[in-house]
Design a protein around this ligand. Sequence first.
Ligand code: NAI
Length: 251
Amino acid sequence: AAPDIDWERPLSGKVAVVTGAARGIGATIAEVFARDGATVIVADIPAAGEALTQTANKVGGTALALDVTAPDAADRIAEFATERFGGLDIIVHNAGITRDKLLANMDEGRWNSVLEVNLAAPHRITAGLVEKGALKSGGRVVDVSSIAGIAGNRGQTNYGASKAGVIGMVNAEAPKLAEHGVTINAVAPGFIETAMTAAIPLGTREAGRLLSSLLQGGQTVDVAETIAYFASPASNAVSGNVVRVCGQAMI
Ligand code: NAI
């Protein structure tokens, strides 16, 4: 029989952590989760400061100053969620960075920092939470890949490798998480209008927008609503999947 779910607020009673939530896609995920009834913890680096507080206030959530690359990040997330709200149901690994450079100038520093934030940290946190049994049965992990991990992007060897890695990681983690009653899925956004893409040089930025058949960049809410589906009871039987949110682009 179908479980008894309040479809007006499908995340009611759920505790969710969204990383990189001070601004951009993460802030909109927090907003959509709060609308859907979740108790939302918004996490971002300490330097995000006031922006993180503002997002927390806007969505009626709680701020957690946390660099996802900290070795004890999983412990801190688990403790924060458990002490304040009695447990953790949903984690969205949204924090991500770019450090673009053409191949010849792709130094170790840029390579390592992007791989660390975008790929190693989500893995370390998911593994840590599972090891501690911190994610409740019925829980959700959602990772953020990118079209850059599926199709190539000039100057983004590090970023593309990290985001392709996210897809491999999600595929591999799904059976293990299933043992704990937890699903894991990923979104692969195309060009979305945020501070991250505003930093791209104008010509490349316009080319990015034109790759979408909508002929414009996507909005943060387009990504957030897809993630909300993966967080909701509606996706109970869906794990190990990647959904492209690419403005109907054929890539
Ligand atoms: P953004 O740059 O606007 O926001 C990213 C947030 O992550 C920032 O608030 C930043 O402070 C935070 N962050 C960075 N490093 C962190 C760390 N070590 N620990 C905790 N927080 C950290 O970026 P945007 O555009 O909102 O991107 C969000 C996610 O979506 C990223 O994973 C990005 O790679 C991905 N994405 C974005 C696309 C776009 O077109 N904007 C396309 C495809 C994927």
